[in-house]
Design a protein around this ligand. Structure first.
Ligand code: FE
Ligand code: MN
Length: 361
């Protein structure tokens, strides 16, 4: 028996029995491990759709002009020392953080996940972390910053070291040959996906993002600000990839979704918030960019609750309102696709048109 499968506007004819067997063997974990890249028939449609969306958002650092940033950096009077410091800190923190996220995808999550379309979108996710790391190199080179100085910021600041330990501990525990049919190991993976997607990329990135975008809003570092906005657009897709992955993992392994485990995850988010607030208090000169510390801290609470909400967990600070609506608009959660100007939008338009023309995705 032949059966027709539709993916966007593309049609595929598959042998029905084979297709059904392939579909049934697809699981987030403990599914069929195959050397062949058997995308069809798609079981996790969201993964393929997000892969296409992420590809349509493709950008290259060198497309963003850095002339104005360089001019400001060299002008003694254009910037304060605090503003220069924020840029060095932003570059230093993200240079390491993007690498940690990419490494965890490639060596932990993509290794343990079995369905091919999930591996596909995770491959794109890892590639985007490479683009982000490369964009930071481009900033370092353009401004003539000493890379070791940025590196030292990551390694020597205690509140950053603690943020780092928080994520690497859920990654380290999975870098062994584990029996993924054991409930404890399933929980380890669920924790990893929750911590990296919702706590780290989804919450802890937002302190420094907010600082850099505050400068950008004051017309300082337009090139760097633009790159951070593209990065944020990517991050919102990464949060969504890991959110969906988490939900499907739980759906297929209901035995892990106990009241106790939910509390454990909420505690992890609470820990992430505490670490981020310590980092902000310790390191981020919030007043220097014209923001109130209390608003900035509340913003972290607000963002964290959106992440908990996204994965069906109870909020930690239900009364927290968004204190910085302009920031949300510039970098938020449900962002307009055409919010970005310039050449990157053209990439997107061009590929979106192609998508519309041949795929309807
Ligand atoms: Fe990133
Ligand atoms: Mn990311």
């Amino acid at each position: 028996m032949q059966k027709t499968f539709q993916v966007g506007a593309k049609t595929f004819v598959l042998d029905e029995a084979k297709a059904e067997a392939a579909f049934a063997a697809k699981r987030v974990i403990n599914g069929r491990q195959t050397m062949c890249f058997n995308l069809l028939p798609l079981k996790y449609q969201w993964a393929y759709d997000l892969y296409r969306k992420m590809k349509a958002n493709h950008w290259e650092p060198e497309d963003i002009p850095m002339g104005k940033d360089i001019e400001q950096w060299r002008d003694e009077k254009a910037l304060s020392e605090v503003e220069r410091w924020i840029i060095r800190m932003g570059i230093g923190y993200f240079s390491a953080a993007e690498g940690i996220v990419g490494d965890n995808i490639q060596h932990v999550v993509r290794e343990l996940v079995t369905a091919p379309e999930l591996k596909l979108v995770l491959g794109r996710h890892a590639h985007e972390e490479n683009i982000h790391a490369d964009s930071l190199l481009y900033m370092i080179a353009s401004l003539g910053i000493n890379p070791h100085e940025c590196e030292a910021m990551f390694e020597d600041v205690p509140t950053i070291v603690r943020k780092n330990e928080f994520v690497t501990r859920v990654s380290r525990s999975l870098r062994r040959d584990l029996d993924m049919t054991q409930i404890e190991n399933k929980k380890l993976l669920a924790k990893n996906i929750f911590v990296f997607g919702q706590c780290m990329e989804g919450t802890q990135f937002y302190g420094l993002f907010g600082m850099v975008l505050s400068l950008y809003r004051q017309n300082k570092f337009p090139g760097i600000g633009q790159m951070f906005r593209y990065t944020l657009r990517d991050e919102s897709n990464h949060i969504e990839v890991f959110r969906n992955l988490f939900m499907d993992l739980v759906e297929e392994n209901r035995e892990i979704w106990t009241a106790e485990f939910k509390e454990e995850l909420r505690d992890l988010m609470q820990e992430a918030i505490t670490l981020e607030k310590e980092f902000i208090r310790d390191c981020l000169p919030v007043n220097a960019v014209g923001l109130r510390l209390e608003d900035f801290l509340t913003y972290i609470d607000y963002i964290a609750d959106r992440r908990l909400e996204g994965v069906g967990l109870a909020l930690l600070n239900p009364s927290a309102k968004n204190p910085l609506p302009w920031l949300a608009e510039m970098m938020d959660i449900k962002k307009e696709q055409n919010f970005f100007e310039g050449r990157v939008t053209e990439y997107q338009k061009a590929s979106s048109l192609n998508v519309a023309a041949d795929d309807e995705l």
